[in-house]
Design a protein around this ligand. Structure first.
Ligand code: ZN
Length: 332
């Protein structure tokens, strides 16, 4: 019965199990797995054929196999040279595919430089300048290009070469089943998660951002309900915990958009935190409180220590306001 309490979300029990291993400490993985540092970028091997590069904007996941390299996200443009160095030092096989989890500049900024160093998944002999395939949700292309007559924020060589709008985009590459899963409307309108089924690694993009409270980008189509849906889907459908043998290391590995590589317990903690704060804010809205009153009441108080930020691009105040506005919008 102990297991089911953790599995189905008894928050207190889950926290009690998770906190000692994760709270504030650097990833256990970082200590256990081989790590290489090139310049400012650190690369950690998390599976025999999967690596994560830190320090180039968003986390960049690299999957290696006979077909070549698959990257999930490409970091920022100003670190693209360093990232290319880090990636080619993992393996000298060709870069074949970049999957973008969203359209933010720190996730797509390296598309141009990285793709140009690669070759497409399906080479076309008539292309003069072949580049790696870039796959993303259609909204990523919309965000990266621009309506006719206006300058686009990114050069065409950085744009996705293949887009989709369906629930899944499935590929069989590097002898692994790769599922790109649409999860739009959580962090933004462009979110996807990537599941490497054989390697048992799921990459979440900014649906999970362990630096602070999740960024609900309301100006770009993000919303709290879909953010919660995404976290619950991860826990119910995509991540397998190391149960029942808790003492044996294992389970699905989770690469967040930012922060250390995690597992089921960390995502339970993140989901519970968000559920609690959302419930508190919903309650305050039902009492008729204004956004300023809600902010003053500090509904995120219990989690400020772990996820709060007083300054920087995503403060606790901004998070509380985004949840408030998002709930207001969905309540008739
Ligand atoms: Zn990000």
């Amino acid at each position: 019965m102990r297991w089911s309490a953790t599995l189905y979300g008894g928050p207190l029990i889950a926290l009690a199990i998770v906190l000692p291993a994760h709270h504030g400490a650097p990833s256990l993985l970082a200590q256990q797995h081989p790590s290489t540092t090139i310049g400012a970028l650190e690369t950690i091997q998390i599976r025999p054929n999967v690596y994560v590069v830190f320090g180039a904007g968003a986390n960049v996941t690299v999957h290696v196999g006979d077909d070549g390299l698959i990257l999930v996200d490409s970091g920022s443009s100003d670190t693209s040279k360093a990232l290319l160095k880090a990636v080619t030092s993992i393996s000298n096989r060709p870069i074949r595919l970049i999957i973008n989890t969203g359209a933010d500049a720190d996730h797509v900024g390296g598309n141009d430089a990285i793709a140009r160093a690669g070759v497409p998944l399906t080479p076309d002999p008539f292309t003069l300048e072949p580049q790696a395939t870039i796959l993303a949700h259609e909204n990523v292309l919309r965000r990266m290009s621009a309506p006719t007559g206006r300058p686009s924020p990114f050069p065409p060589t950085a744009w996705p070469t293949e887009t989709f709008t369906s629930q899944f985009k499935s590929l069989y590459v590097n002898d692994d089943a790769v599922q790109v899963i649409r999860q739009t409307g959580a962090h933004s309108d462009s979110d996807v998660m990537v599941l490497f089924r054989k390697a048992d690694v799921v990459v979440t993009g900014d649906i999970i951002d362990l630096r602070h409270f999740p960024v609900i980008d309301r100006t770009r189509g993000g919303g709290i309900q879909r953010e919660l849906d995404a976290l619950n889907r991860l826990l119910k459908e995509l991540i397998v915990p190391n149960l029942p043998n808790v003492l044996k290391p294992g389970g699905t590995l989770v690469v967040p958009g930012h922060g250390y590589v995690s597992d089921y317990g960390e995502v339970v903690e993140y989901r519970d935190m968000l559920t609690v704060i959302t419930d508190i804010i919903r309650n305050m809205i039902e009492k008729g409180m204004t956004v300023d009153q809600v902010k003053a009441a500090d509904p995120a108080r219990g989690y400020r220590g772990r996820y709060g930020a007083g300054t920087g691009p995503w403060t606790t105040e901004m998070f509380v306001e985004a949840v408030y506005q998002s709930l207001k919008e969905s309540t008739p």
